[in-house]
Design a protein around this ligand. Structure first.
Ligand code: UDP
Ligand code: MG
Length: 331
């Protein structure tokens, strides 16, 4: 398929950047690109930038993107030096996106590009963050649906920022939200909570999340649990309080028990039959202490990681589709 080598007049048109993180997506790109093209065709009053972030793919993803980039000036790409994960990939994308608005969209077509015109019109009405909320989640196991629901509930309960349920990263962000998000340089990130944290005018639209067009999900339960823990520990110190509360309650109860024991010994003598109950108490307290230590460790680990102040990612190659050819570093 041949795409027109479109020349936008960037000075007079608003630009919409589509930020597309891609990790081993060679199978879906051939479906994705025609739909992006159709979207751009239907929104002729806007200039489009398709900014792919190749997150260290091990397959032909980068080659395919490069092929598109050669034929189409709307296509830009960032090739990260290795796999950094989608969250960091998005940071790289936000740092490089040039649009007046940026739409974060998955490469696997689970986020239908056909929703973007509606997002754009709401943006034109003055909303800064138009996010797509899932009405249904086809092609996902009930376990994933259930755990994600419970996780949102928990997160909502322990953090003070309202977090939009059933909302992924598929959203349109105004330039000023993008500039706000760019200032978040922490390495263990939870984008969802950040979107809420920055505020601005938000608007939800409902959609049906499609199953992945091709290829396989990059998530597994270990990764999801890590993301979930990151989500909680990066946004609230509530778990640290948990051990304080547990400590207060347990020492309170123990004190009462102690008084009871002393009084009982004075009036009724001892029977020395405390071994099983003592074991139980010791083991229980040991468990509580280990959990508390773990929680503290979780935060100390975060402090350790953030104080290193490492750069979030490295760019192996950045191709700016709109830049004049000779200005490019390679080729
Ligand atoms: N992705 C990425 N880096 C990763 C894992 C995933 O850039 O390490 C991208 C992936 O290519 C896709 C999006 O993030 O565009 C969502 O990934 P996936 O579809 O695997 O997650 P799911 O939709 O199952 O939550
Ligand atoms: Mg997906």
């Amino acid at each position: 398929m041949l795409y027109p080598n479109i020349r936008y007049n960037y000075r007079y048109m608003k630009t919409i950047s589509l930020l597309i993180p891609a990790y081993n997506e060679e199978q879906v790109l051939e479906y994705l690109f025609p739909r992006l093209n159709a979207l751009a065709q239907s929104q002729k009053e806007y200039a489009f930038e398709f900014l792919f972030i190749n997150d260290g793919s091990k397959d032909a993803t980068l080659d395919i993107i490069k092929e598109y980039a050669e034929k189409d000036t709307r296509v830009s790409y960032i090739n990260l030096s290795r796999n950094f994960g989608k969250e960091i990939g998005m940071v790289a994308g936000l740092d490089h996106a040039k649009g007046d608005a940026v739409v974060v969209i998955d490469a696997d077509l689970q986020d239908p590009p056909e929703l973007i015109p509606e997002m754009i019109s709401l943006w034109e009405e003055g909303y800064d963050d138009v996010y797509a909320k899932r009405r249904s989640r086809e092609g996902e196991s009930w376990l994933k649906k259930f755990t994600s629901k419970q996780y949102y509930r928990l997160l909502q309960r322990v953090t003070r920022v309202p977090i939009q349920e059933d909302t992924g990263d598929f959203r349109l962000l105004d330039r000023r939200v993008v500039e706000a998000l760019k200032q978040f340089r922490e390495s263990q990130r939870n984008a969802k909570a950040m979107f809420s944290w920055v505020g601005f005018h938000k608007k939800e639209i409902l959609y049906d999340r499609d199953p992945r067009a091709a290829g396989e999900t990059k998530w597994n339960y270990v990764k999801l649990i890590e993301l979930a823990l990151d989500g909680i520990t990066s946004f609230t110190t509530a778990p640290l309080r948990l051990s304080t509360y547990a400590g207060i309650i347990i020492s309170g109860l123990t004190f009462i028990y102690l008084v009871v024991l002393v009084v009982r010994t004075i009036f009724f003598g001892t029977d020395l039959a405390g071994y099983p109950s003592m074991m139980a108490v010791i083991l229980f307290l040991g468990g509580v202490q280990l959990i508390s230590l773990g929680i503290i460790g979780e935060y100390v680990g975060r402090i350790f990681n953030e104080t290193k102040g490492r750069p979030l990612y490295f760019v192996e190659e950045y191709h700016d589709g709109t830049a004049p050819k000779k200005a490019r570093t390679k080729n």
